[in-house]
Write a protein that binds this ligand. Structure first.
Ligand code: F0G
Length: 407
């Protein structure tokens, strides 16, 4: 039976073409095992693009699963900020979401769905942001949340959020790749989560990604279709979701061209860059980078991310930890506070400009995936430049002596 909330979709295998009735539980192709696409059936979509009402993710409810009583905290409608240093570049500041990352867009859909299924709770493996978001949204829904994290591999702000929102925190040895394996081996038997009392909401879950595709819709509403969209890539779900959003607008004749999707990875955790260059499988065994959010060696959505980049005529590029941290400061000096992983998109853009791969006259959108406060240690990495004084006169002398905006 076709579940009403999902009746505008068909699940399609991008590899073997097999089609399955949409279900919250089926994520992999029963025939070949590839992750399924939740494809919209264009004839069933009634959206009137010029007449959308409301704000945030659910503004696009006509293109999302039809759920009653959604669990929402006004996620989405994030600022698009034009950079002073690069006038043709806009930063999509996802740090402005309720828990400080783009994950909230996915969780509002994923947790609403989980909640409607009557499961006991949700479960995720995470480098931190997914955990923080899952914890907050399940708390709102009044269901349990279990997060499985790489021990010692999660930034403090994110761990604190998971604690604050009452998630059950389980730490495992190794990297995120190990944590994900624990989760998927437990709740996803042969691609189906049918009997699990904890519903899996990693980015393998196509319904969660439906929320994330709204990043593309917002960009189109605000500035039209850019030439390039730069996205930091870890597991590869987000770049795919954004590409899917643009593709749907093409299918519905709302836009008439696609942006090129550019995937940026940290040099020490760049399995997709490796694959793109023809240097073997999309995996590295010991991922290592200061950008802990994207410290991932075996991206579960690698084929999704690869398709997004290949079919949009984009490319994958890497940025070193030094470049990422420097770029984080460049954004900081423009008033935009992002965590290291998020700085990767500007780092990738700057590198692409330097290498002459793209032209400064091209319009670009850089996805800044998470807030600076997520990773306080990264902010305090450099020796802190403070001046200690103990009298008002000393402050007066300082103010007279030099500009207080001295960077
Ligand atoms: N940027 C940030 C800040 C992230 O937290 C993540 C992923 C990404 C980029 C990459 O997105 O995996 O869809 O390619 N964080 C996940 C987590 C893995 O557990 O929070 P992706």
């Amino acid at each position: 039976m076709r579940l009403k909330p999902l009746s505008k979709y068909v699940l399609k295998c991008p590899r073997c073409g097999y089609e399955v009735e949409p279900s919250p539980y089926i994520m992999r192709c029963p025939r070949c095992g590839e992750l399924l696409d939740a494809s919209i059936i264009a004839e069933k979509i009634r959206i009137k693009w010029g007449e959308l009402r409301g704000r945030g993710v659910w503004r696009y409810r006509d293109l999302l699963p039809e759920l009653n009583g959604v669990i929402t905290m006004s996620e989405g409608s994030t600022p698009l900020i034009r950079l002073r240093a690069y006038p043709n570049a806009y930063v999509k500041f996802e740090g402005a979401n309720p828990t400080g990352s783009f994950k909230d867009r996915g969780m509002t859909v994923g947790v609403s769905l989980a909640s409607s299924l009557g499961v006991r709770g949700i479960i995720v493996a995470s480098t931190g942001n997914t955990a923080a978001s899952a914890a907050a949204y399940s708390a709102r829904a009044g269901i349990e949340c279990m997060v499985v994290l790489p021990k010692g591999g999660v930034a403090k702000g994110k761990l604190g959020q998971a604690l604050l929102h009452g998630a059950r925190i389980v730490e495992v040895p190794g990297t995120f790749d190990n944590a994900l394996e624990y989760v998927l081996s437990t709740v996803l038997e042969s691609g189906s989560a049918g009997n699990a009392s904890y519903y899996p909401l990693n980015s393998i879950n196509q319904w969660r990604l439906e929320g994330q595709k709204t990043i593309a819709y917002e960009i189109v509403e605000e500035v039209g279709v850019p030439d390039y969209v730069f996205v930091p890539v870890g597991n590869g779900g987000n770049i795919y979701a954004i590409w899917k959003g643009f593709r749907e607008l093409m299918e519905l004749n709302i836009i008439d061209k696609m942006p090129k999707m550019i995937g940026v990875q940290a040099s020490g955790a760049a399995p997709l860059v490796k694959y793109w260059r023809g240097l073997g499988e999309a995996r590295v065994d010991k991922p290592s980078t200061v950008a802990s959010a994207i410290r991932i060696g075996k991206p579960i959505n690698w084929y999704r991310a690869y398709r997004a980049v290949k079919y949009s005529n984009g490319f994958f590029i890497d940025a070193s930890d030094d470049e990422i941290l420097m770029t984080q400061r460049v954004l900081g000096r423009e008033g935009v506070g992002v965590e290291p992983a998020s700085a990767a998109s500007l780092a990738g853009y700057m590198k692409a400009l330097r290498e002459g791969v793209i032209d400064p006259s091209n319009n670009v959108v850089l996805i800044a995936t998470g807030h600076a406060l997520k990773d306080p240690d990264a902010l305090l990495r450099d020796s802190v430049h403070t001046v200690s004084i103990s009298s008002i006169d000393e402050l007066k002398a300082l103010i007279m002596g030099r500009s207080i905006i001295d960077v």
